[in-house]
Design a protein around this ligand. Structure first.
Ligand code: F0G
Length: 449
């Protein structure tokens, strides 16, 4: 009998099956992307999402405490005793009327999903708990990733806290926010600063992992995306299991959007939801490969046969012109998103849209989120800037129920925040220099009291 869970190429035309014990088996189509698939007819799945609420009562079991593994019936690839968890996924969906107003949405229509509340401060922990579990299942001794900062912080945390493997992280020189670099160093990761940017670092780490049999933890690893599916489950939980109209997410390497698409397609197939929300993916304008290919060149999933030549031509021109990604939202400063094709599948299934946001719009949006009392890092605010733009274009209606994903914690990149507030943008809130004198201080407070 075939196994309950297996690996298979993302391209529907290639029905090869690989055992779970194989580490990134090679497949040709769609850049070699793989999915984890399940034989859902034989896997026991609850008949409604509400069933998962019973886990709230058994939070002393680490698997039920985890915001990823308490949904383990929907990512059933790991024996329970192999699971590596640090209590990830205690995140929240928060109604945000002030940001709704900024975006042009009605009161009550915008919720923000705070993934920065994860142990390493970003959504990456959702995926890294799953990749770490698989690394443990195959007995990996050394794991690696390239990163704009958050993936490396997360992998370093799981290597340090789990103790099952060591890790090495590749970061671009001068391309990483200090909050993130400090985490990799503090958690004991071997940290290589590659001469080049994230796109270079990712190409090198893939080569090195293949040649030296090191376990690769970037989002090309399909197990990671299984963990990231749970962000969708928690959003639905936060909405009392009602499907929103829109889910809006920043796009970098496109792992998250791909995982969201897979989660939603599966939930619909399992009759656990009755309709799909629309997905909106927001690139930074300085790193807008998906936006250009989707919006200008008309690239589509096309039933699993996207125009790979078009993509090759796009990258050829990019290299010929030496176009490099450039945005203050350093987390998504990526020009060669590895999950491009899976992301097309997600857009296709959800009637999705793609937009780009310029840095000043992203930073204004970030200041609006911060003013509401819970901040986020720049890349996260691309989702809010995108919601505002889609609202202005009439694509999102004022009464639509919208969820924006805030992917990373504000303290990841305090330089970006302080520089913004010292500048001259609309929502800047600069520190006020004042003499060491009570009278001068009261003078300075006149406008406030
Ligand atoms: N937001 C933040 C804060 C991120 O760190 C990333 C990706 C994204 C959004 C984009 O997500 O890649 O799934 O489309 N950061 C990776 C890293 C690339 O290395 O930390 P994606």
């Amino acid at each position: 009998m075939s196994p309950l869970a297996y690996q298979t190429p993302a391209a529907p035309a290639d029905a090869s099956e690989f055992d779970l014990t194989e580490v990134l088996p090679t497949c040709k189509p769609l850049g070699g992307l793989l999915d984890i698939e399940y034989d859902w007819d034989r896997v026991p799945v609850p008949s409604s999402l509400k069933w998962f609420e019973k886990r709230w009562a058994t939070r002393n079991n680490p698997l039920d405490y985890s915001g990823v593994w308490r949904f383990r019936e929907l990512l059933p690839f790991a024996p329970e005793e192999m699971i590596v968890t640090v209590g990830e996924g205690q995140t929240m969906l928060r109604r945000s009327d002030s940001v709704a107003k900024y975006c042009g949405l009605n009161d009550g229509c915008l919720h923000l999903q705070y993934e920065g509340l994860n142990p390493s401060g970003s959504f990456k922990d959702n995926g890294m708990t799953a990749a770490s579990t698989h690394a443990r299942m195959v007995g990996a001794k050394l794991a690696a990733c390239a990163s704009t900062g958050n993936t490396s912080a997360s992998l370093a945390l799981y290597a340090g806290a789990g103790g099952h493997f060591k890790c090495v992280v590749f970061v671009g020189s001068g391309k990483i926010a200090f909050g993130k670099l400090s985490q990799a160093l503090d958690y004991g990761a071997v940290t290589l600063q590659i001469e080049g940017d994230f796109d270079d670092a990712l190409m090198r780490v893939r080569e090195v992992c293949r040649d030296a049999n090191i376990y690769l933890c970037n989002s090309v690893n399909p197990f990671r995306l299984e963990g990231q599916k749970t962000i969708i489950y928690r959003i639905l939980e936060g909405m009392n299991w009602e499907v929103p109209d829109w889910i809006v997410v920043p796009g970098g390497n496109l792992g998250n959007s791909s995982a969201f698409g897979k989660a939603l397609i599966e939930l619909k197939k399992l009759n656990l939801i009755d309709r799909l929300p629309r997905l909106a993916i927001i690139n930074a304008a300085g790193a807008n490969t998906l936006y250009r290919l989707w919006e200008h060149d008309g690239l589509r999933w096309n039933g699993g046969e996207p125009d790979e030549e078009l993509v090759g031509k796009f990258y050829g021109e990019m290299d010929a012109e030496n176009r490099r990604a450039d945005t203050l939202a350093s987390a998504i400063q990526i020009n060669r998103p590895v999950n491009l094709y899976k992301c097309l599948r997600a857009l296709d299934a959800t009637d999705g849209v793609v937009r780009e946001a310029h840095d000043p719009e992203i930073l204004d949006a970030k200041a609006q989120v911060g003013a509401g009392g819970f901040g986020c890092e720049p890349a996260s605010a691309a989702s809010v800037a995108g919601i505002k733009a889609l609202r202005a274009q009439g694509v999102i209606a004022p009464s639509d129920r919208v969820v924006g994903i805030l992917t990373g914690h504000e303290l990841k990149d305090p330089d970006a925040t302080v520089n913004y507030h010292r500048g001259d943008r609309a929502y800047a809130n600069a520190p006020i220099p004042v003499a060491n004198d009570a009278g001068a201080i009261l003078d300075a407070l006149k406008g406030v009291m």
